[in-house]
Design a protein around this ligand. Structure first.
Ligand SMILES: Nc1nc2c(ncn2[C@@H]2O[C@H](COP(=O)(O)OP(=O)(O)OP(=O)(O)O)[C@@H](O)[C@H]2O)c(=O)[nH]1
Ligand SMILES: [Mg+2]
Length: 329
């Protein structure tokens, strides 16, 4: 990146507000940079554009590898741009390596959106801690909103903690499932289903159509025994084909319906406020961790303390006390 200093920020913010893609790309590069001076500029930029953020419908999309997340996003996103929306697609994948390969991979799987001038695809930031990757994705989302994108779709891998992080970034959490009940039903983690605002059984086309309907009925029964997280919304179960563009209008109607109801009751605003506060603490904790790991005295003492604790010679509480006291805690 060419030199960028504070004096360039107003111009960058103005170009971003006009929706210039080059400005958006540059702003995201700034957000993703590990350089301290870049991060300070990124924070200032975000603070500047903050009044222009928050306007998008933010949807998180998860599901096991191969369930059809990218295919569904490509089709859904194309439907939405055809209807006049501006769609940004982001990803959270802490294991991803930022290589030409993965960018190409994502873009070839979203072949239509990749060449759509009303769409913007940004792969996951380079691998790092989940908290770090998700925080950067969140800032990228804010920049996209400032640039006028009114729909944000965040794809995440269907494993581990990434889903919780994406649920904390978005208004609506969509879980894609494969047709073929039984096995899959056992495979659903209770936590994921509890987070879902909707389950869509994908690949409901050709021979898969009937199996998808059966699976949907099973998921409906499974959801029935869980108390819904909100009195305003019971997560629906639908069948779709991301590949054949079946059921995606109905899917988006549900998202819109959810938004309307949650806005009317104030739950949407409440959710976003709680998310903001959670992010504030997550970022403070991240920095405390970084400080802890970087402290020379801590680094010097840790191997011995770990060994003594592991050997049962020293109580974990005593070791924790010593580490904390080095930092004056
Ligand atoms: N028949 C059928 N195949 C689908 C559908 N959606 C996706 N596929 C196929 O399933 C495979 C995986 O699709 P992707 O969209 O890459 O799946 P993904 O969930 O994004 O996968 P990862 O990013 O690797 O986790 C591809 O071969 C798709 O063509 C669908 O609705 N019907
Ligand atoms: Mg994918």
């Amino acid at each position: 990146m060419t030199r960028l200093d504070r004096s360039a920020l107003p111009d960058l913010a103005a170009r971003l507000a006009r929706g210039e893609r080059a400005a958006l790309a540059r702003a995201i590069t700034l957000v993703e940079s590990r350089r301290g001076d870049h991060q300070a500029l990124a924070r200032e930029l975000i603070q500047t554009v903050l009044p222009r953020t928050g306007g998008a419908v933010r949807v998180g999309i998860t599901g096991v590898p191969g369930v059809g997340k990218s295919t569904t996003i490509d089709t859904l996103g194309s439907n939405l741009t055809a209807a006049g929306h501006k769609v940004a697609v982001l990803a959270v994948d802490p294991s991803s390596q930022r290589s030409g390969g993965s960018i190409l991979g994502d873009k070839t799987r979203m072949a239509r959106l990749a060449v759509d001038e009303n769409a913007f695809i940004r792969p996951s930031p380079a691998s790092g801690t989940l908290g770090g990757v998700a925080a950067k994705t969140r800032e990228t989302m804010l920049l996209c909103e400032a640039a006028g994108f009114d729909v944000i779709l965040v794809e995440t891998v269907g494993v581990g903690q990434s889903e919780t992080a994406v649920a904390d970034l978005t208004d609506f959490f969509l879980v894609l499932m494969l047709p073929g009940a039984g096995d899959e039903l056992q495979g659903i983690k209770k936590g994921i289903v509890e987070m879902a605002d909707m389950i869509a059984v994908n690949k409901a086309d050709g021979e898969g159509a009937t199996r998808a309907k059966v699976a949907a009925a099973d998921y409906r029964a499974a959801l029935h025994i869980l108390a819904p997280a909100s009195p305003t919304w019971s997560p629906p179960v639908i069948t779709i084909s991301g590949l054949a563009n079946v059921g995606l209008d109905a899917l988006w109607e549900k998202v819109a319906d959810h938004r309307e109801r949650m806005t009317a009751t104030g739950e949407l605003q409440q959710k976003r406020r709680a998310q903001e506060v959670k992010w504030m603490w997550a970022m403070v904790e991240d920095r405390l961790h970084a400080r802890l790991r970087a402290d020379p005295q801590v680094r010097k003492r840790v191997p011995a303390l770990e060994a003594e604790v592991a050997a049962g010679k020293l109580a974990a509480t005593v070791a924790a006390d010593e580490i904390a006291s080095i930092l004056g805690l």
